[in-house]
Design a protein around this ligand. Structure first.
Ligand SMILES: Cc1cc2nc3c(=O)[nH]c(=O)nc-3n(C[C@H](O)[C@H](O)[C@H](O)COP(=O)(O)OP(=O)(O)OC[C@H]3O[C@@H](n4cnc5c(N)ncnc54)[C@H](O)[C@@H]3O)c2cc1C
Length: 431
């Protein structure tokens, strides 16, 4: 029997960040993963998709090269190489993670963990006992059973096994994953149709943002159907991206009497403790928002908490959400519709990137920035569509998390020429 102070089940961003932090705080730590360290994020989520999206950007640049004064004779897509490049990015980061695990003196057990008792798990033939556990087993895609009966229905993970580009692709679900893949496949010349049950694509974003992206995508000839429940599609391939549910089955949690909700998410208290006193849970497995950076901060919180470091609670009103299509989309805080619904007084400032020097110089003028501010000048929400939106949103994250007023942002000098100058200029409208 191996003994640890803290054992973490699941080696995604929630699990590995908890492991690193706990080891830094002097705990004897084990981490278990049945796939490979990095979880969904590294293996077929955040990282490989961004590598694919870079390829799409290159294709678009090549197609528009003449606008930059570069005449190209011809280009040819080698899809196998496109996929290979993403796998290389994943492998490189995976190596880095394994190195960090060893450097921190953490024991890694590859395999599937199952609870035998509240202090004991088995990983194949190995028995591990631990004072405390963190469950960070992530999530899996929700399935669409009626469509699955048809051929060539795939989920996000399956993209990396495609041998060639389909001629046509229907994407069911127009959240961040659906939008990123719509952009990617469209750039590679695939006929893309997006089907969304709600009344807007990107239904979690501010309505103006959704409408802007809808306009951009229609210009790219992506077909969009909103308010539609997909019953069948006539595309060569159908990608289902309608959300996720917690990975809680087959781990022995119900046998322990753990509280789990109807979407298979583990129920936790404000310190991420389950109803079993020595077991904590973080990340996708405890429910929305299903984002890697949220898993990370929750993992670090629990590592600090079990080491009596009294961490500050996570402010879920200040979680940035990003979609890496072109243009990029990033938001934080409340949407305008929510402010109206909650009858909160607010001021709006908005500007378009077509008046930003860097945007014009780099031919990236598509998009706008919209900032929602309280009567006493605190930021309530920020919504950006445009190049570098996913980098710019961190300025709002810093401001909102630290309760800075718009004057604090206006007191800081933004370099010229940058996209971030648009933040300064937009806020100036409110002064
Ligand atoms: C296509 C796609 C793109 C995405 N892009 C982004 C993005 O750009 N930004 C972002 O923030 N988020 C993105 N996400 C979401 C992000 O990947 C998840 O929020 C994040 O990976 C959750 O981290 P986690 O640590 O909670 O779980 P995971 O990353 O899911 O890791 C859980 C790990 O636990 C393992 N496991 C499960 N059960 C057991 C068991 N019993 N024993 C041992 N191991 C087990 C799993 O195999 C897995 O490796 C994307 C997701 C997808 C699918």
């Amino acid at each position: 029997m191996k003994n640890y102070q803290l054992t973490i089940i699941g080696g995604g961003p929630g699990g590995y960040s908890a492991a690193f932090r706990a080891a830094e705080l002097g705990k004897k730590v084990a981490i278990i993963d049945d796939n490979n360290l990095g979880g969904v994020c590294l293996n077929w989520g955040c990282i490989p998709t961004k590598a694919l999206l870079k390829n799409a950007e290159v294709v678009e640049l090549i197609n528009n090269a003449s606008e930059y004064g570069i005449e190209l004779k011809s280009s040819k897509i080698n899809f196998e190489k496109v996929i290979e490049k993403t796998i290389k990015a994943r492998q490189r980061l995976s190596k880095g993670l394994h190195f960090q695990i060893r450097k921190h003196g953490i024991d890694f057990y590859p395999g599937y963990a199952t609870f035998e008792e509240k202090n004991k798990i088995s990983v194949d033939d190995i028995k591990i006992s631990s004072e405390k556990f963190i469950i960070a087993t992530g999530s899996k895609p929700k399935r669409l059973k009626n469509l699955e009966k048809s051929e060539n229905v795939i989920y996000a993970k399956d993209i990396f096994s495609l041998k060639h580009l389909p001629k046509s692709l229907s994407i069911i679900g127009a959240g961040a994953i659906g939008i990123e893949y719509a952009y990617f496949f469209n750039a590679f010349g695939v006929e893309v149709s997006l089907v969304e049950a709600k009344s807007n694509i990107l239904p979690n974003e501010d309505k103006e943002v959704s409408k802007w992206i809808e306009k951009v995508f229609k210009r790219k000839k992506i077909k969009i159907q909103t308010g539609t429940i997909a019953e069948k599609t006539d595309s060569e391939t159908t990608l289902i991206s309608i959300g996720v549910e917690g990975n809680t089955k087959g781990i022995g949690l119900r046998k322990l009497g753990m509280d789990i909700d109807e979407s298979n998410h583990i129920i936790v208290d404000k310190n991420y403790r389950t109803n079993i006193d020595n077991i904590y849970a973080v990340g996708d497995v405890i429910g929305p928002p299903w984002l890697a950076h949220v898993s990370t901060v929750e993992g670090i919180f629990v590592a600090d908490y079990v080491a009596d470091k009294k961490p500050k609670s996570i402010n879920y009103n200040c979680v940035p959400a990003c979609t890496y299509s072109k243009p990029e989309i990033a938001s934080i805080g409340l949407k305008e519709e929510q402010l109206v619904e909650k009858k909160i007084n607010y001021k709006t400032a908005k500007s378009f990137f077509n008046s930003n020097g860097k945007a014009v110089a780099t031919s990236s003028t598509d998009g706008f920035i919209k900032i929602l501010v309280s009567d006493d000048n605190f930021i309530l929400g920020a919504h950006i569509v445009g190049s570098n939106a996913t980098e710019m949103i961190s300025e709002f994250s810093l401001a909102m998390s630290n309760k800075l007023k718009i004057d604090n942002i206006l007191d800081s000098i933004h370099p010229h020429p940058t996209f971030s100058e648009a933040i300064f200029e937009t806020l100036l409208q409110l002064k």
